[in-house]
Ligand binder design. Sequence first.
Ligand code: F6P
Length: 746
Amino acid sequence: MRGFRSLKLSLRFVIPLVVALGLLALAVVPLVDKLTLRWSVRDMDIRSRLITSTLQDPLQELMTLENRQKINNLLLRATKDERLLALGFCNKELKLIYRTPLFPAEISCSSANENNRKSLHLITLPQGPVHLSVNAIEQNGTQIGSLVLVHDMSYMVRRSADTRNYVILLFIVLGVVISLITVFVAHLSWQGWMEGVRAMLRGEGIIKPFAQPAIESELQPLVGDLKTLLRSLDAERRLADDSTITWSPDTLRKLLHKQLTGEKIIVVSNREPYIHSIKDGEIQVHRPASGLVTAVEPVMRACSGTWIAHGSGNADRETVDAHDRVMVPPDMPEYNLRRIWMSEEEEKGYYYGFANEGLWPLCHIAHVRPVFRTSDWEQYVRINQRFADAVVKEADSDNPVVLVQDYHFALLPGMIRKALPKSTIITFWHIPWPNPESFGICPWREELLKGMLGSTILGFHTPYHCKNFLETVDRYLETRIEHESSTISCRGQLTMVESYPISIQWPPPWQGELPPVEQTKAEILAELGLPSDYLLGVGVDRMDYTKGILERFNAVERMLELHPELVGRFSFIQIAAPSRSVLEEYRAFEARLYALEKRINERFSRDGRKAIILKAEHHEPDQVNRYYRAAQVCMVTSLHDGMNLVAKEYIAARDDERGVLVLSQFTGAANELYEALIVNPYHVEQTAEALYQGLTMPEYEQQERMRSMRAQVRDFNVYRWAGRMLLDAARVRQREKLAARIGRES
Ligand code: F6P
């Protein structure tokens, strides 16, 4: 198709060229004919004079002797020359007194003389064209007659025809050669142009290491203008999206329908949204404590499609069909959950080992050393490939939209890209991205980066993480980075690196269905055996060293030291979901947490009322929500966190517009929730003071702050998070389609 397009273009040049060459040939051929004729006649003139001068002496002698026989013989011998047709001798009275046998009867001495006088040497006789020449024969300086030489000129007709043919052939060859060169040059230029335009549509710069300089310079001004135009259109569209759309499940559904022509979405994550397990002999289902699941699940319900995840529950196999699929949510099925199985050894290497002993501490600045083992890496590669194969099986087209989640799948985008080159891969990295030096300690850093660059779009929570990623790629891979458009071009694949701050479902699932906050608080206090005017703080986390739970407990302790009037009037409830307890680091952390809780409670418990209530067990989302509503202060003190959705969940739970959020400055959420009390969790006094400020904050101030934060979470909800990524993906797909069309037609 591409060749055809440049051929079409070339024909526009070649056809006029052929016509012009034809016309030129028509003009040139008679000219060449004329010239050939003139040269031949001149040749014959010279030849005739030469023959005459050769015959002059013997003829003069024989004339004197009047030896008629010998004269005839002399003339006859002379005509042995193949071109000399005939000779005749005219006397002074213009009488033909000698003639060779072939002398044409049509020629007389007077007609020959007349023609000679008029320089008409070429005449046509019935037997063909002849050259006629009349030259004087002298004797002692006096003309005694003239020799008439008749040359056969039929050879000239043949030569003229040959010349004409050669000239025509020359023009044909010339035409063909010029056409071929034209087609070739046009093809190259067209390809160069198209490459340039395609690269530009993909958002790449036009200058390539091996590109032809002529093409670059031709395109450069145009590319600059087009890029600016596309960028401003994108910016305008983004702005319009941001300011006009109220993001809801419905907006997301419409977006999918309109912009992605109803594409089926495939989500891939390690953690599954619903876990089936056997408890008391019965199969039960529960939701895991995972920010990822909290965010992606409502999106999936809105979009439908398939979610591929590790089947980790002990009753998971019993609840799937023959294709390892189960429809979820269990009470109102809306999408497919496709479970992937792995052996204990595989899980140990891929999940506990490489993902959680390697990448997790590598990406979080929590002062825990990453551990990298080759055996773990091998399992990580193997499991990534297993998920990639599942994506290929679940895809019902060659260009599916795949949403890859988190650090468990750094290699997956590259593997999917290899199997389904036309797929749109949106990868979201839910944890922070460290600086290049920190990331550089990973022995498989290049492999991980290359894998991630299989993505069409690579999302992080904050612009800072994006910047770190771009710098890391710049440090360790040979790529081209365009900072202006935040894109990386690696081996022909373009990846857009963008920040998409994750969020939660809004409105919250139980909006309008819950008892009033006061009632919930009263119930919780009653359950805990605490008086009604009692103050509660809450923390909700997985049992993880990055969450700053020890620092939080230290702050509670310090606050009680500094404000003893609150001893016996305040308890801090810590919900800590058991997590990764197979790992030594996590078990050690858990032990330290219990020890600290014990020590603080020994110091500050009064009348059986504990200062810290540690609930180290799994809680379903609706249970957690009750604690959010009952607590005056929620503490999020992560040492490093991609976003932290607990902060946003607390805000969503407080429809009474009361409650205070104490928030670590090292969370992504601190970039959005300015009305929280922002703290450095490593600064124990500052954190303790913020806790105290929260517990004693006047209601109007609580309301001001909470109202503003609720508006933020409402407007920047999880549908917007997913919607913005899908919109960007739709734009990329549009550009790719356009580029492919140009490619096809060129
Ligand atoms: O923070 C990143 C994240 O993927 C969260 O979304 C989730 O809370 C956690 O890590 C994963 O935990 P788990 O290892 O239990 O799946």
